[in-house]
Write a protein that binds this ligand. Structure first.
Ligand code: SF4
Ligand code: SF4
Length: 187
């Protein structure tokens, strides 16, 4: 039985919201739309290969359109993630932020069977890793399991999108899982 707690508290230094590109799953996008009522075009962008670092060429969530590949991500401003409040320096959707944001900077350790063994703090990320808080491993495990299921659904949806032969734009992918309503008033 691994440890039950990880000692950590986020001090909202902003590193992960300014220096790291957040790639949400469709589940995360749906949660944000439900909570904010924002049109996904307001906060979703698609990076071409070469415009985003740290994602393997073999990652199954690349959208393939013609010869290009696109990765769905949260939009960025010059000051970081679209959702980071530049004045208060906090996440404007903290309660509804993507699972990847919730799992940062925790590192998963697995048993041979694939079961969660424990979590620690990633050594090689820029987070200051303040240890003055307590996070339950049970809660991290639930988040990680949900993220794993969501990634599986994401992968399957991308495979379906990539199998289509007709002309498509990257944003058509979002329309597979969010019903985009045109709210323009009739003149
Ligand atoms: S969604 Fe919030 S927590 Fe996640 S990167 Fe953006 S500002 Fe940071
Ligand atoms: S880098 Fe660490 S301390 Fe800073 S905002 Fe992200 S999780 Fe919090």
């Amino acid at each position: 039985m691994g440890k039950k707690f990880v000692y950590f508290r986020c001090h909202h230094c902003g590193y992960c919201c300014t220096d790291v590109v957040c790639c949400p799953t469709p589940y995360d996008v749906i949660q944000i739309v439900k909570a904010t009522k924002l049109h996904p075009k307001k906060f979703i962008t698609f990076f071409k290969e070469g415009e985003i670092a740290g994602i393997y060429k073999s990652d199954p969530t690349w959208l393939k359109i013609g010869k290009e590949r696109y990765m769905m991500a949260l939009k960025r401003t010059r000051k970081g993630c679209y959702f980071r409040d530049p004045v208060r320096k906090v996440c404007r959707i903290y309660e509804h932020r993507p699972l990847l944001c919730r799992l940062f900077p925790f590192k998963l350790h697995q048993k041979r069977s694939g079961e969660v063994s424990s979590f620690s703090l990633h050594k090689d990320v820029g987070c200051p890793k303040n240890r003055d808080g307590v996070v339950k491993v049970d809660e991290l495990t639930k988040l990680w399991e949900l993220e794993r299921e969501n990634q599986e659904d994401y992968k399957n949806l991308v495979a379906y999108f990539n199998s289509k032969k007709e002309e498509r734009r990257p944003f058509d992918f979002v329309e597979l899982f969010v019903v985009v309503v045109n709210n323009k008033k009739k003149k």
